[in-house]
Each structure stands twice: as structure tokens, then as C-alpha cells.
Design a protein around this ligand. Sequence first.
Ligand code: ADP
Ligand code: ZN
Length: 434
Amino acid sequence: MYWDKETETMGRDELEALQVQLLQKSIRQAGSSPYYGRIFKEEGITPESITTLDDLGRIPFMTKDLLRDNYPYGLVAVSKEQLVRLHSSSGTTGRPTVIFHTGNDIAEWAGLIARCMYMTGVRASDVFQNMMGYGLFTGGIGFHYGAERLGALVIPAGPGNTQRQIMLMQEFESTVLHIIPSYALHFIKSLQELHIDPRKDLHIRMAFLGAEPHSEEIRQRIEDALGVTAYNSYGLSEMNGPGVAFECTEKDGMHVWEDSYILEVVNPDTLKPVKDGEEGELVFTTLKREGMPILRYRSKDLACVYTEPCACGRTHRKITRIKGRTDDMLIVKGVNMYPVQIEKVLMSIPEVGSNYQIVLDRKDFNDHMTVKVEISGEVFTGEMQQLDHLKKTIIERLRSEILITPKVDLVEPDSLPKSEGKAVRVIDNRHQWG
Ligand code: ADP
Ligand code: ZN
């Protein structure tokens, strides 16, 4: 079912009661895995002993390292006959983690994504061009199944090959795109170079942006350039992939589907819960997964949660845009910052093009930060004076956001490395010799 009004608008008390009931089931299921079987015994945890959401605190946190320690089958809670698919994380921060699914898990996941898409107004009459990577990565296949469930016509384009993407959009009149934000910026540039006006020449009305941190400024650029409404889509392979949290048409935070996941937000140092509106690390528990239930997974992703009911009528709590992972934090000259802060500044300057890179070096025991910024073609070939002025503006705005003065290099369009998957924004050379 992709439009489950009753569950989506359930009162909080009722929703939390449902979560406790599903949590008990999930604990029973998890107990069949070698890892949780052992942990539950050691900690004296039984499904019956968990009677409130506060009792969740008795269960130890799960981390990427613990998943790696129990690789490959240590958390699998069913027989191999019941498993039908595996996926892995992208490996952004080390060896990828692997998650196993049963047929029911895949069906549940597709249902969640269909729910997300329906919420924003996608219908069976839409043509959905899925420009996200297929394969072990969860972004492409996850949405593929969700969109099919909804009955949309799916074009499994995958990323890259911009000319072919445009051809598909034109011939089949695609109305909805799913795309990684950094690739969307390259794609837009290619449209401009080919003198294609998306408003006149294409039929796209909506885009889903996900898989990597991106600023509101990037969303706006994409919306303006393509003439679409863009929605933020959040997920992680450990919790299936996309479909964990998604923006509704209010575009003011992403609803976390709390009938499938319990969300906790904790201080990453003390691991104590933070209050609504305070930034913390998102911690997730699967409530319905059979193949590989995961309890209290520390995502390392930072955001705030809000409990007030949304104007759309849904009661499932909302999280803010993800600021980054705890390990994305850069400490430069003793000052803490996140790459997305730099992006926010750059993308609010119209002369800045579609790509940037942050390079960190250490010379004479000092940190040096260089921000390489692609600028638009006309500006690059324009007057020296204009370039100098632009550079000064960028430096000043960056300084007021990140509190240190970086070196800024203005570079030609297309000169920085591109990626069809998650963008690599930071090159940190500080730990190398020499
Ligand atoms: P990996 O953890 O190796 O990157 P995944 O493919 O599972 O592999 O990626 C999940 C991660 O991607 C999330 O934990 C989060 O850091 C990031 N991510 C996914 N969607 C978004 C989004 N909409 N905004 C910000 N970050 C996102
Ligand atoms: Zn809403």
C-alpha cells in the first residue's frame, strides 16, 4: 500500500504504542542472529522485557565497525533459503557494509518508497527517469521498485551519459527525475551548453535529490535551472537505503517513517538523547526487517528532529537537512567546520559554476585550506578585474561563515574531477609525509 493515511496521520501515543509492539517483534526476530542471540543473553534482554520506548536504551548501539566485525552473516536472522538479495553501502568511509533482505523486506522497502513518492504527488501517469546508480548501491534499485509499485513508468537510466539522458527525457517525456545533487549540477550545465531549455523542451516537473549532503542553495539552483520542484530524500543502506526520511510538499524537513524505524537523536559524545531542535546524531532501529534486523544503528549523520505535527497532516516526526557525518567535520587551524557550510556560501554566488573542491595541506606545521571553485564560462574569460573582485567576495563570505581565511582558486568550468556517484569534495593531504 502506498497511501496509508491512517498510519501516516496516527496520533503520537498510538504511533508510539505501535512502535513498542513492533519493537518486541523485531527483538524476537533479531535474537535468531548469532550476534544478537549472544548480546541479548549477555544483557538479559527478551522481547517481553521491553515494554516502553525508554527500554530501548538497554540495547547496545550498533556501529559500522560492529557490522564489519560481524561480516558477512553474523547479523542474519533467517536461513539462507529465505534471503533473496544483498546490498552494500557505498563505502564512503571505509569497507562497505553488507545488508541482506528477504522477499518481504524488499516488498516493505518498495512500499516505503512508493509512499514517499506518492506523498509528493507522483502518480501512475508519471514517467520516472531514475538517474541514480544501479547495482550494489541502494539508491537506484530502491527507487526503481518503489516507482514500479506506484505504477509509474520507470526508465532505469542510471547515472551518466548525459546525451542519452536528454534523449530519453525528450522521447518519453519524463516528468520525474531521481538524481544525485552533484550530478544534477553537471547535467544542468550540459543542458545549457546544448541550448536546451528544460521549461520549453522537456516535461520534467519534479526531482528527487538524495544520497549526499547538499545545501538549500543547491536545491534552489536545481529548481531554478530545471523549472521543477525538488524534494530531499534521505536513507542509508543499513536501514535499506532511500525511503527512511523524505520531504512532503511543505518542503520543511523530512518525515521519518516511524512505523518502520525508531529514530533516536543523541549527542555523539555523551550518547544521551538531545532535545527537539538540538543537533545530534541520528540513530535508527528497524521495526519490520526480517533478514537482518538492526537495532540502534549510529548513522553518524547529524540533524535536528521536530515533533510538532506537520501542516500536511502527517504525524511522523521530521528531521532537518543533514549537515554531514560526524567524520566529515574538518578541523582547520583549530576551527571546526563542515564542507556543506562552504557549499552554502559558494552556491549562493551566481558567478560560481557547478563544482568545487576543498584541499587541505600542512606546511611548516600550519594548516592551509584552498577552495578551488569552478566559475561560469563567461566570467572566466571575462575581465581580470571582475575575476579579482569575485575572488575577494568569495573569500570574504567564506571567512564570515567558517571563521578562517582560505585561499581561493578560481578555475575553468569542467576542470575539477566529476563523479557520477557521491561527490568527493575534500582532499586532505595533511597526513601525508613531505
Ligand atoms: P555510505 O555510508 O558508504 O556512504 P550509503 O550508500 O548507505 O553508503 O549512504 C548513506 C549515507 O549517505 C547516509 O548515511 C548519509 O550520510 C548520506 N545521505 C543519504 N541521503 C542523504 C541526504 N538526502 N542528505 C544528506 N546525506 C545523505
Ligand atoms: Zn509533512
